[in-house]
Design a protein around this ligand. Structure first.
Ligand SMILES: [Zn+2]
Length: 214
């Protein structure tokens, strides 16, 4: 199992939701527990709803890779990683199961109360590494686990500028500058769009606006 010790000044602030993106559970389990794989996560939740606690959340797992959110970098330092069994976009992306949602809900409730993690800090891998990652993807519904995204104060309400909206959403400014199209796709996944493109339609601006404010 790959892990590091958390630095004393880095407190756990985020939960990052992933999918395994592997052909089957056995391969995913092997990869997450193989010390040569250079990856690990704290929890793995199977399609049947079985929860594997692979690593103590007090330790740092290697699930996020190169990542940032707002002004924070190296999100592994600050987060707990949860993997959901799903073949992913590469091998046959499917809906998450009811049992998976139920188990995830329980794990998140436990983590939120033990680590004082706020709803707005339950994030996706695609939020913190939009240029590289699509998971958990457009078939994942946050409301199924009783978590609500951050809503912003009315003082920002005039904002219709896409860059400002992306920044308010939480993307790090480096991603907005260099990978804006990927950021837009990432938001569309969060909005559960069926077709994911980088185009900015009026409908998208409207949906994005509602995600941020209403
Ligand atoms: Zn991931």
């Amino acid at each position: 199992m790959n892990y590091s010790f958390r630095k004393k000044n880095k407190i756990v602030k985020y939960i990052i939701i992933h999918y395994t993106g592997m052909k089957n559970l056995k391969l995913a389990y092997q990869k997450l527990s193989d010390s040569n794989s250079k990856v690990s996560a704290h929890y793995l939740i199977t399609r049947k709803g079985v929860i594997y606690n692979l690593l103590c959340p007090k330790l740092k797992a290697w699930h996020a890779g190169k990542s940032s959110w707002k002004n924070y970098e190296n999100i592994n330092d600050l987060s707990i990683g949860i993997e959901l069994e799903n073949k992913g976009h590469e091998f046959g992306y499917s809906n998450f199961t009811n049992k998976q949602y139920n188990s995830l809900k329980n794990v998140i409730l436990f983590l939120k109360s033990n680590f004082y993690i706020k709803d707005k800090n339950v994030l996706y891998h695609s939020d913190i590494a939009p240029n590289r990652k699509k998971d958990p993807g457009e078939k994942f519904f946050l409301n199924r686990i009783g978590v609500r995204r951050e809503k912003h104060n009315n003082k920002h309400k005039e904002i219709q500028d896409i860059n400002k909206m992306l920044s308010l959403y939480g993307f790090n400014k480096m991603y907005i500058k260099n990978y804006k199209k990927y950021c837009i796709k990432s938001v569309k996944r969060t909005l559960n769009y069926k077709r994911i493109s980088a185009s900015i339609s009026k409908k998208f601006i409207n949906d994005f606006y509602n995600l941020l404010f209403n």
